[in-house]
Design a protein around this ligand. Structure first.
Ligand SMILES: [Zn+2]
Length: 263
């Protein structure tokens, strides 16, 4: 009987270990991407994605070889899914050039949220945010996800000072010092109170020289945003700790890969 129990325990722990961390294939990652934008991205493979309601297709890999900085400026879909975001209520100091989610496929974002200021603005709806009203995209239910975050935080008066005044959601602009659009251009990212923000550029960073990582935002706030599909800029080597953006595919890829910020 004893040996049976030991044998069972061994088998169980082996299964747990193998389920805990597994590198997903590109096809699996694209499948998660497709399912994260239902009714918008229709189908996908490791070669291309197709869009609902149009004949548009987009290659997953555009064939251009890029270094990390070029990926940050103009990534394709494969670049945007390469680094695995680490979620969970634990703070980690990001490794050099570990920027999961900071690499985005801008052509994909434009097809999802709108290709111009006017197109994006047509999808914005008001979201009440602790006495403020934020303009958030309704595409893919981002507004609902942010409302769910708010509803979980509403009873936490001790955390209120971090959440408001917010530094805003919608702002059609480029990333500081880069050619690509900020996710704020799509109404799918929120900046919390700048008073508690640590941003690598404001800390005196220059390309290739990033100041020491700092963060003042409680991990309880981060965990609630992550639960509802938002990634946190405080997980990035090029850190931006007030920044949260809706990237449900990256949280699902992390979950399915069995990785976490909590060791
Ligand atoms: Zn931001």
């Amino acid at each position: 009987m004893k040996s049976f129990i030991l044998g069972f325990a061994l088998v169980t722990s082996t299964l747990v270990a193998s389920a805990q961390a597994r590198e997903l294939t590109l096809a699996e990652k694209v499948d998660i991407l497709v399912k994260s934008y239902p009714g918008i991205i229709k189908d996908g493979s490791d070669k291309a994605v197709t869009f609902a309601g149009s004949a548009k297709t987009m290659p997953v890999d555009d064939g251009v070889a890029r270094d990390h900085f070029q990926k940050l400026e103009s990534g394709d879909i494969v670049d945007s899914l390469e680094q695995i975001y680490l979620a969970g209520p634990c703070e980690t100091k990001p490794d050099v050039n570990f920027d999961p989610g900071r690499i985005r496929a801008e052509p994909l974002m434009k097809l999802i949220y709108g290709g111009s200021r006017k197109e994006v603005a047509g999808n914005l709806v008001p979201v009440k945010w602790f006495g403020e009203t934020l303009q958030v995209t309704k595409v893919n239910g981002v507004n609902k996800a942010l409302e769910a975050v708010r509803d979980e935080l509403v009873s936490r008066s001790d955390l209120r000072k971090y959440l408001t005044p917010s530094a805003g959601v919608f702002n059609w602009r480029k990333v500081a010092g880069q050619q690509n659009l900020s996710v704020h251009s799509f109404g799918a990212a929120v900046d919390l109170n700048t008073k508690f923000a640590d941003y690598w550029v404001w800390s005196g960073g220059k390309p290739g020289r990033v100041p020491v990582y700092k963060n003042k935002f409680p991990m309880e706030i981060v965990a609630i945003f992550e639960k509802h599909g938002f990634i946190w800029g405080g997980r990035w080597y090029h850190y931006d700790t007030m920044h949260f953006e809706y990237r449900p595919e990256l949280l699902e890829i992390a979950k399915r890969s069995g990785v976490s910020a909590c060791k």
